[in-house]
Design a protein around this ligand. Structure first.
Ligand code: HEM
Length: 201
């Protein structure tokens, strides 16, 4: 099983090749860019969920697979960042090719909120190396990655949630988003239970 930075290389290559393939097979037209935007949003969601639930999964269902997931949490997270910056690249390409369609598909509020998600993604990816993580310190690192990951989760919940009424396909996708939060919350409650009630002195 691939692991570590090689995993980041392999996954990044796959997402980049998929994006290029989709654009080329559509003859480089706007529809190809839209398909690429949707496809990269989906690879991003899968990679995000794997990183977001890694610690919780190993606590709830310890196995070789979840231990692999936990060991590779950082690399799955960085691969998510790569996939999502490819999403952004395709969006910027669409905006430059067909400005009118771009504004039909999005608006300033979304750009502000989703743009903030990108600031978190960039900051989290930048602090995913031993040296930069050490520079930030464990307390601030944990806070940045805790707040950032829930902000990204909310971004997915909104982006997928608003598409649920449009097409049935979005139901299972939305289910995956919800399941990720439930897994995290279950692990959190389990941890608190093991710690026992807070005793009043
Ligand atoms: C400035 C930032 C962003 C812009 C302008 C943007 C724009 C878009 C556009 C235009 C689409 C629809 C493409 C189409 O239907 O042809 C799309 C799809 C999507 N985006 Fe983004 N996006 C941004 C950031 C984000 C972020 C931060 C997330 C989640 C963390 C996200 C998640 C999604 C999802 C889930 C879809 C739906 C994919 C599907 O149809 O399956 N986007 N985005």
């Amino acid at each position: 099983m691939m692991a570590g930075w090689r995993l980041v290389g392999g996954l990044s290559f796959l997402v980049a090749a998929m994006t290029a393939g989709l654009i080329v097979s559509h003859g480089g037209d706007v529809e190809g860019l839209r398909v690429a935007i949707r496809a990269t949003a989906r690879t991003s969601l899968l990679l995000f969920v794997l990183a977001f639930t890694a610690s919780a999964m190993v606590e709830l269902v310890p196995s070789d697979a979840t231990r692999w997931q936990r060991r590779n949490r950082r690399y799955l997270g960085v691969s998510f960042a790569v996939s999502h910056f490819i999403h952004l690249g395709a969006i910027l390409a669409l905006a430059s090719v067909d400005r009118a369609l771009f504004w039909k598909l999005t608006n300033t509020t979304t750009i502000m909120l989703a743009g903030t998600a990108y600031l978190f993604i960039a900051a989290m990816a930048a602090t995913s190396f031993d040296r930069t993580a050490a520079w930030l310190g464990p307390r601030k690192w944990r806070l940045l990655h805790l707040i950032g990951s829930w902000y990204i989760w909310i971004s997915f919940a909104i982006a997928v949630g608003k598409r649920v009424p449009l097409e049935r396909f979005y139901w299972p996708m939305f289910g995956l988003v919800l399941a990720a939060a439930i897994v995290r919350l279950l692990a959190m409650f389990g941890r608190n239970r093991r710690r026992g009630p807070i005793k009043a002195s």
